[in-house]
Design a protein around this ligand. Structure first.
Ligand SMILES: Cc1cc2nc3c(=O)[nH]c(=O)nc-3n(C[C@H](O)[C@H](O)[C@H](O)COP(=O)(O)OP(=O)(O)OC[C@H]3O[C@@H](n4cnc5c(N)ncnc54)[C@H](O)[C@@H]3O)c2cc1C
Length: 386
């Protein structure tokens, strides 16, 4: 009998199995291709058909959100699809964040134009907070929005934005007032608007994630493309981070679990000095430790999402997950590379690619130090990261 991680909720076992098969049959064989080739846009619709983009969206806007909430199944999707291709979790994250933020708009031109299209995989969302001079200190952004009649004019530069190169719409955070977090507003910016230009930066995931810069040069958007209250967007950004940190955690868990399972198979069959590697405690105990660490990250992530589904506060648990899961995943995958010997390091296996991809999300959506500052501030009460 081989140990399997417990499912967080048996109601989703069928959904989990469907996604695990898709990850194994469709995503895993193609994962190395996106090192050099662009990710085909029609795959986005194939992902949408799995039902993974509408989990946080009400049926009126084309989604499947019911009374039980959609965060736990979104986490299951991140965990399972990341077993095949870690970077596919970015589609889950950005479609979920995009439809949550744009779905809050009072304007049908924003809500109805974009949200159903995101759910169906016909449009791709991005989220632009970070700037060249401000990452962790997000309340200090300098991108400006000023009113001109009923329109808004946006100027500024956003940096390290996932899908900068290929998104259709962007949730842009810009300053409409002078004071810190309270002066930040959210705008829906269709990325074909005149004055928008973008540049995807070279990186190991560039062909799939197209992460890079978005430049806003006198970009004129209609007044109803301000989403939510003027000056009230920082809270919305932080709320999106909260659930997404657990989604990232589960993407890391999926990649690590897959790697641990592949490595368990390797150590059962690879012989040195006349015996399978698995017979050595020095090998088996390493895997045992990493399985335990990864499983504890999994439980914390699902606990965070359960709180979110119940509408209860979960910012601290989300920060704990975002600190712990990428770190334990990176440590586990690193150990698995070494346990494979040269074959783990070479590109014929996806282990080095997974390690690199997981490290990207140790930084993205909040670094370990910022996560620890959030946990410490909540727990101890006097810690400031400003
Ligand atoms: C893969 C990836 C995807 C991303 N996608 C997006 C996206 O879609 N949209 C978006 O807006 N942004 C995105 N980002 C940007 C990301 O959110 C920022 O990189 C992150 O918030 C950190 O900001 P920074 O890189 O400017 O680092 P900095 O803020 O300059 O920090 C540098 C280092 O200093 C440490 N540090 C900073 N302040 C403190 C402090 N007070 N105390 C102790 N240590 C501190 C940090 O922990 C870090 O180690 C992405 C980044 C990555 C890597």
């Amino acid at each position: 009998m081989t140990w399997e991680p417990t499912s967080p909720d048996a109601d989703f076992d069928e959904f989990r199995s469907l996604l695990r098969r898709f990850a194994a049959d469709r995503l895993a064989p193609a994962y190395p291709r996106w090192r050099t080739e662009p990710f085909p846009r029609d795959w986005l619709r194939d992902l949408a058909e799995l039902g993974v983009f509408g989990l946080l969206t009400s049926p009126e806007l084309g989604g499947t959100l019911g009374e039980g909430g959609g965060y736990v199944p979104l986490g299951i999707a991140a965990e399972e699809l990341s077993r095949g291709d870690f970077n596919v979790s970015y589609f889950l994250q950005l479609q979920a964040i995009g439809s949550r933020l744009l779905g809050q708009s009072d304007s049908p031109r924003v809500r109805e134009r974009w949200v159903p299209a995101l759910v169906r995989g016909e449009a791709l969302a991005s989220f632009a907070l970070t700037e060249p001079a401000t990452g962790s200190d997000a309340a200090s952004i300098g991108t400006r929005a000023r009113q001109d009649g009923t329109d808004w004019i946006l100027n500024g530069e956003k940096a390290s934005i996932t899908f900068a190169g290929n998104a259709d719409v962007c949730a842009v955070f810009a300053r409409t007032g002078d004071v810190g977090a309270r002066g930040i507003s959210l705008f829906c910016v269709p990325l074909d608007t005149p004055g928008v230009s973008r540049r995807a930066a070279p990186s190991s995931t560039a062909h799939l994630t197209q992460r890079g810069s978005i430049f806003l040069d006198d970009v004129r958007i209609p007044g109803d493309h301000l989403v939510g209250a003027e000056g009230g967007a920082f809270k919305a950004a932080m709320a999106a981070f909260d659930f997404n940190r657990a989604i990232i955690g589960l993407a890391c868990v999926g990649a690590a679990q897959q790697t641990l399972e592949e490595t368990m198979e390797h150590v059962r069959t690879r012989h040195t000095f006349g015996e399978p590697l698995a017979k050595r405690e020095g090998v088996a105990f390493q895997l045992a430790e990493h399985l335990a660490h990864v499983h504890s990250s999994r439980l914390l992530a699902y606990e965070t999402l359960r709180l979110a589904d119940q509408g209860r506060p979960h910012a601290t648990e989300a920060a704990m997950t975002k600190w712990l899961a990428p770190k334990t995943a990176a440590e586990a995958i690193h150990a698995c590379i070494i346990l494979h010997g040269w074959s783990g390091f070479d590109n014929d296996l996806p282990l080095s690619q997974r390690l690199n991809d997981v490290i990207g999300l140790e930084v993205g959506d909040g670094t370990p130090e910022i996560m620890k500052a959030i946990i410490a501030r909540e727990a101890i009460g006097v810690v400031s990261h400003r």
